[in-house]
Design a protein around this ligand. Structure first.
Ligand SMILES: C[S@@+](CC[C@H](N)C(=O)[O-])C[C@H]1O[C@@H](n2cnc3c(N)ncnc32)[C@H](O)[C@@H]1O
Length: 734
């Protein structure tokens, strides 16, 4: 298959051809709808003619512009998403600048680093040690992927070897795909040609200096064009021209104009064309050279491919693929980097309601969500903490990698979301997980000593704008202060919850679905500064751009290169960030109470309340309902179980043979016992015994330990010592 096919795959970036950037936007409408495409081409030609005739400009209101842009997005829904071809990174580092406002010093290197090189933006992730996981770049090469069945077979032969089934499966799948993609390819080629011709006429080609800037200035004194764009197409043309100028400033800039002027114009046009707030557009524009920024904004207008993750606790990828193909689903492996992902091209059935879905054979999960768990690399029989786990895409992936052994503590501060998490855990047959709903800031006081901790932090969602366009306008400066603050506290809690002496682990993975520096490198740098007992290590991910070591006057530790950034325009995945730490020493004594206050419990609770307001991460699964009736917590019921367990424990250990558990069947007419009743019943010997136990330093079940110990073991050791001491004292008195 040719380009048409390759364009739809997720994977590695390819060099940019400017005509393709323009073309992509035109790709948005469904392929079958040729009539509409013709109309839009005619409209563009008419607009161009109107411009030539210098007709009075139509005023385009921002909402209309945004609607036009969003309209493009709506039209593509239901159409197989395409691989977007990114632009080549510009050599010009001048474009990259981030305001240092509102940052605290812990975000950057404590010792200024001189001469740290910024690595090329096109650098790929380091190769994995595991050959099997290495990316075969050929896979993304149209010539090979198109015709060579061997390559296709290789993609399927992950952990099974039945060639015959494989061939049938692949053939069945390909047959449908080929027909469709051949048709699309023809349409695309014709369209690209038309677009190119149109573009050639429209834009100032080659050496001509486009006239973009006029002598007008905006309220803040920045020069702006007084050209009111007649329509979206003209706005786009100007954006294209501005990008060309910023790319080749020496040859294409108008005389006496500075880069800043062009950049200001670009910012203004991006806000108008894509419907961003100026604040956010500026922040995002600062991340990339102009051309790459354009590609990023453009990629946010198209949905990412639908991907499902095979639940290997229930099935194999090939079996799942076969079942879904039989139901008319067109799919193929997501890429060599994953053994469990399937990219869906088209489906005749709702993917959130197939028998396979209901039986827990798969979960709908964005491809980039696989990455933090792959970086975490949980091992069988470990103790793992997933600090912000709902709705459980990553928890269930961790459980699958651990083959349901060991123990996962799946925590989420939001109780309602935690119910959804329980739903997924049950559906996918996870049996090694315990769900809790603390603010993660309370760890490790709740429990510590984990082999690995995943912190998939609440974030602004700037990596998933294609899913949730409201991010374009609803994020304020305050959000980018509050969120990083919380993320920094959470990452310290994550680090402190890990056992640095773990024989198999001692790792922490920090991830966000945001691309801002404040929520990523600055948080990681803060952790490095505050916790010298951790260091960054390779994520083991075979692709991804390196984290920034230097941007906008901020310098980060050189090891920041080991973190990974993912963008929609480079890999056709949601924007993501992944960092992996290794804990190399014990938690510093002064680290207790990450919240840095004695009433940390309160502080944590407050932050959680605040969080529930600011966490807008659009992570609910397609078709997922708010399962408020599912698997709810019954605190009274839980309390009874806790008390019974405590009493049993006291008797078993011989600490209080008279400890009386609350009666088993003390439920009222409606089946539930009131808290009062149960309290009455439990009063007396058992309560006294439990008080004694607490005094002696024992930890309450499922409540934060008062002890400041780094992990559960430490607090246990402490309490034993204390008990011994108090015993000794009593003996002495006697
Ligand atoms: C990005 S989502 C997690 C997605 C999840 N890891 C998955 O793969 O399905 C962030 C989660 O953090 C939770 N959260 C926000 N603040 C928290 C806190 N202080 N402690 C624990 N969880 C928190 C939110 O309720 C939200 O579910």
């Amino acid at each position: 298959m040719g380009q048409g096919r390759r364009m739809k795959k997720q994977g590695m970036p390819e060099p940019l051809d400017e005509s393709l950037v323009t073309r992509k936007r035109k790709d948005a409408p469904p392929a079958a709808d040729e009539e509409r495409k013709k109309r839009s081409r005619t409209a563009a030609r008419e607009a161009k003619e109107a411009k030539t005739k210098a007709a009075p400009p139509k005023k385009v209101t921002p909402s209309k512009k945004a609607a036009a842009v969003n309209g493009a997005k709506t039209r593509v829904n239901g159409k197989p998403a395409k691989k977007f071809v990114p632009p080549p990174p510009s050599d010009d580092e001048d474009d990259i600048s981030v305001s240092a406002d509102g940052l605290d010093d812990d975000d950057v290197m404590e010792d200024g680093l001189q001469g740290v090189n910024v690595t090329g933006l096109d650098a790929l992730g380091s190769a994995s040690e595991d050959d099997e996981d290495e990316i075969d770049e050929d896979e993304f090469d149209s010539d090979i992927v198109d015709s060579d069945t061997e390559v296709r077979k290789a993609m399927w032969s992950d952990d099974e070897d039945d060639d015959e089934i494989e061939e049938k499966l692949t053939a069945a799948n390909i047959a449908g795909l080929s027909r469709k993609l051949d048709m699309q390819k023809a349409i695309e080629e014709a369209e690209a040609q038309a677009e190119l011709e149109e573009g050639n006429m429209q834009t100032n080609i080659a050496n001509e200096r486009p006239r973009i800037l006029e002598d007008e200035e905006d309220e803040e004194g920045r020069p702006i064009s007084n050209l009111v764009p007649q329509d979206i197409q003209l706005l786009r043309t100007r954006l294209n021209d501005t990008v060309r100028v910023l790319d080749d400033f020496k040859n294409l800039a108008e005389e006496g104009r500075s880069r800043t002027e062009y950049r200001a114009q670009m910012l203004k046009d991006i806000c108008a064309y894509y419907g961003y707030s100026e604040f956010l557009a500026d922040k995002l524009l600062n991340l990339f050279p102009a051309r790459e920024a354009f590609a990023f904004f453009e990629a946010n207008e198209t949905p990412r491919p639908i991907v499902i993750r095979t639940n290997t606790l229930r099935t194999h990828r090939r079996e799942l693929a076969q079942s879904l193909i039989n139901r008319g689903v067109q799919l193929e492996p997501v890429g060599k980097w994953s053994k469990v992902g399937l990219q869906i091209f088209e489906s005749q059935v709702p993917l959130g309601a197939t028998p396979e879905y209901l039986a827990g054979h798969y979960i709908l999960q964005a491809a980039s969500s696989f990455l933090p768990v792959m970086a975490l690399a949980p091992q069988e029989n470990e103790r793992v903490l997933d600090m912000a786990a709902a709705p459980g895409g990553k928890t269930t992936h961790i459980a699958a990698l651990m083959k349901n052994t060991g123990c996962i503590f799946a925590n989420d501060a939001n109780k309602d979301r935690a119910k959804g998490l329980i739903g997924n855990i049950h559906r996918l047959g996870v049996r090694n997980s315990i769900v809790c709903h603390y603010s993660a800031l309370e760890f490790p006081r709740v429990m510590g000593g984990f082999d690995r901790v995943l912190l998939d932090a609440p974030c602004s969602g700037t990596g998933v704008i294609a899913k949730d366009a409201s991010v374009k306008t609803n994020k304020t400066e305050a959000d980018f202060m509050k969120l990083p603050h919380l993320q920094k506290q959470l990452v310290l809690a994550a680090i402190d919850s890990v056992n640095h002496l773990s024989k198999t682990g001692g790792y922490i993975v920090y991830s966000t679905c945001s691309v801002t520096v404040e929520e990523n490198e600055q948080v990681v740098q803060y952790a490095l500064n505050k916790r010298p007992n951790v260091k960054l290590v390779e994520t083991g991910l075979t692709f991804g751009k390196e984290g920034f070591t230097k941007i906008g006057g901020k310098i980060f530790h050189p090891s920041m290169k080991m973190t990974r950034r993912y963008y929609p325009h480079t890999y056709n995945v949601d924007g993501f960030f992944v960092a992996k730490f290794k804990k190399i020493g014990p938690t510093p004594a002064n680290a207790v109470g990450v919240n840095e206050s004695k009433s940390s419990g309160k502080a944590a609770a407050n932050t959680t309340t605040q969080l529930e307001v600011i966490d807008n991460a659009p992570i609910r699964e397609e078709g997922e309902e708010d399962e408020s009736d599912f698997g709810g917590f019954d605190e009274e019921e839980d309390q009874k179980y806790i008390e019974r367990a405590q009493a049993k424990d006291l008797r078993r250990k011989g600490k209080n043979p008279k400890a009386i558990p609350p009666p088993k069947s003390d439920k009222g007419a409606n089946g539930t016992a009131s808290k009062k009743d149960s309290k009455k019943d439990d009063a007396g010997a058992e309560e006294k015994a439990s008080k004694k136990e607490k005094k002696a330093g024992g930890t309450e079940v499922a409540k934060p330990a008062k002890s400041n110990g780094v992990n559960g073991k430490e607090s246990e050791v402490k309490s034993k010592k204390e008990r011994r001491k108090s015993g000794e004292k009593k003996k002495g008195k006697a």
